[in-house]
Design a protein around this ligand. Structure first.
Ligand code: CP
Ligand code: NVA
Length: 308
């Protein structure tokens, strides 16, 4: 049994196996109604707690549906409604939950909360997003890229916008899956040095180019995300918008990437801020495949955590 805390701390061979299993499980369900059980029921008799300290649509529903398809049971919990939100320690919460459930998925603010949960729980813990990373999203994104275009290794991926938590997990994936990552954004919103160092150590240093038009030249994949994340103060909204406006992914920018380049956004999006509707709904966009693949990729992550 293993926790899935981040892409850079998970063995690359295991990451590859999860992507491939997610794809196989998706193919095996082709044409089935969403509520139909999988032919295999590896999660029979297993109970999973899904804890949210921040809002969620995709993470909440994809984990819930995926676990049920595999025969497991779920409980979706809001951190604010638990004693966790009223002063009970994370360590005590982790030890108590371990007496009731077989697996914990948590979306939280501080990375420290996730790590403490994993340290004190006797069951595996999955990172459903922290202020610093969002590994489940990027597992789905790698699966989505490969489903459309084949192996992601060696491809040019360009991130335009905020060097945030979703970028961080893309950087981890660049190191682990071996693709070239370019960051284009304002220096005030650069990615954390630790993630850049990770990529460099893995032999895939992140290219930083402040000019978005030059950065996207030759891109196989262009990615962006919201300009204001859930943990960012609303007071920073106007400043961030002003700084990030030159990095909007619009038809002009997409037109400078390779003709068959894909466009990704983890969603939720602020249409016509970080990306225009013309791009989001245009021929390069695979945003709803990404959302669907959260379901399939995470089913493989859950099985890996439980050794099933
Ligand atoms: N992409 C993503 O994690 O979406 P939710 O916030 O809706 O879970
Ligand atoms: N960067 C965004 C991702 C949401 C899925 C946030 O943290 O709010």
């Amino acid at each position: 049994m293993s926790s899935f805390l981040d892409i850079h701390t998970t063995d690359p061979a295991d990451l590859r196996a999860m992507i491939d299993q997610g794809r196989a499980m998706k193919d095996a369900r082709h044409g089935l109604p969403k509520g139909a059980p999988d032919a295999e029921q590896p999660l029979a008799n297993r109970m999973v707690a899904l804890i949210f300290e921040k809002p969620s649509t995709r993470t909440r529903i994809s984990f819930d549906v995926g676990i049920r398809q595999m025969g497991g049971q779920t409980m979706v919990l809001s951190g604010a409604d638990m004693q966790l939100g009223h002063g009970e320690t994370i360590a005590d919460t982790a030890r108590v939950l371990s007496r009731y459930v077989d697996l914990i998925m948590i979306r939280t603010f501080e990375e420290q909360t996730l790590h403490e949960m994993a340290e004190y729980a006797d069951v595996p813990v999955i990172n459903g997003l922290t202020n610093r990373t969002h590994p489940c999203q990027i597992m789905a994104d790698v699966m989505t890229y490969e489903e459309h275009r084949g192996p992601i290794a060696g491809k040019k991926v360009v991130w335009s916008g905020d060097g945030n938590n979703v970028f961080a997990s893309f950087a981890h994936a660049a190191g682990q899956f071996g693709f070239d990552l370019t960051f284009t954004g304002p220096p005030t919103l650069d990615p954390e040095r630790e993630w850049l160092d990770f990529c460099a150590a893995k032999g895939h240093p992140v290219t930083i180019d402040r000019n978005p038009e030059r950065a996207v030249e030759g891109a196989d994949l262009v990615v962006t995300d919201t300009w204001v994340s859930m943990h960012d103060p609303q007071s920073a909204r106007e400043r961030r918008h002003n700084q990030l406006r030159p990095y909007q992914v619009n038809e002009h920018l997409m037109g400078l990437a390779k003709p068959d380049a894909l466009f990704m956004h983890c969603l939720p999006a602020h249409r016509d801020d970080e990306a225009t509707s013309a791009v989001m709904d245009g021929p390069h966009s695979v945003i709803f495949d990404e959302a669907e693949n959260r379901l399939h990729a995470q089913k493989a992550v859950v099985r890996w955590c439980l050794g099933l």
